[in-house]
Design a protein around this ligand. Structure first.
Ligand code: URA
Length: 161
């Protein structure tokens, strides 16, 4: 199980999809290639990953990195709800369509391109959907938009002015 890590007092929570191979091996979130890219972007704004809280919708690695299934999401959701309740972030940055659809309760096929960069309100938490860092590894063109969304999240959470 890969639970999540970071500063429990933080105002910014990052929520990805599910652990990949490296995460499964190390028991830590976002430590593979996508995680290294995420860390690089945080560092670009002078923020260390230890200053935010990073977790996933699904806490165990889906075999072969397939998409998580609905029963897996349902099983894991109470843990995520409890994490959100304990950490009480001001802002949640949803990494990828899967995370955004789950947190915002959107239909299954909702494309991330149509909702990224918007600020939604869920139980008085500002929720911002953006691309998944693994998507950026394949589509470098998305990086400026990702950077913009991360900047907005960091600003709304008070990390940058
Ligand atoms: N992708 C995710 O969605 N989460 C991780 O922790 C790693 C890769």
């Amino acid at each position: 199980m890969v639970f999540g890590e970071g500063n429990p007092e933080t105002d910014l929570m990052l929520i990805g999809e599910a652990p990949g191979e490296q995460e499964d091996l190390q028991g830590r979130t976002f430590v593979g290639k996508a995680g290294q890219l995420l860390t690089k972007f945080l560092n670009l704004f002078g923020v260390a990953r230890e200053e935010v809280y990073i977790t996933n919708i699904v806490k165990c690695r889906p075999p072969g990195n397939r998409n998580p299934e609905i029963d897996e999401i349902r099983t894991c959701y109470p843990y995520l709800e409890e994490q959100i309740k304990l950490i009480k972030p001001k802002v949640i940055l949803c990494l990828g369509a899967f995370s955004a659809r789950t947190i915002l309760n959107l239909p299954e096929k909702t494309p991330i391109s149509g909702i990224r960069g918007t600020v939604q309100n869920v139980n008085n938490i500002k929720v911002i959907p953006t691309y998944h860092p693994a998507y950026l590894l394949r589509n470098r063109k998305g990086e400026p938009e990702f950077q913009k969304d991360l900047e907005l999240a960091l600003r709304l959470a008070g990390f940058i002015g």
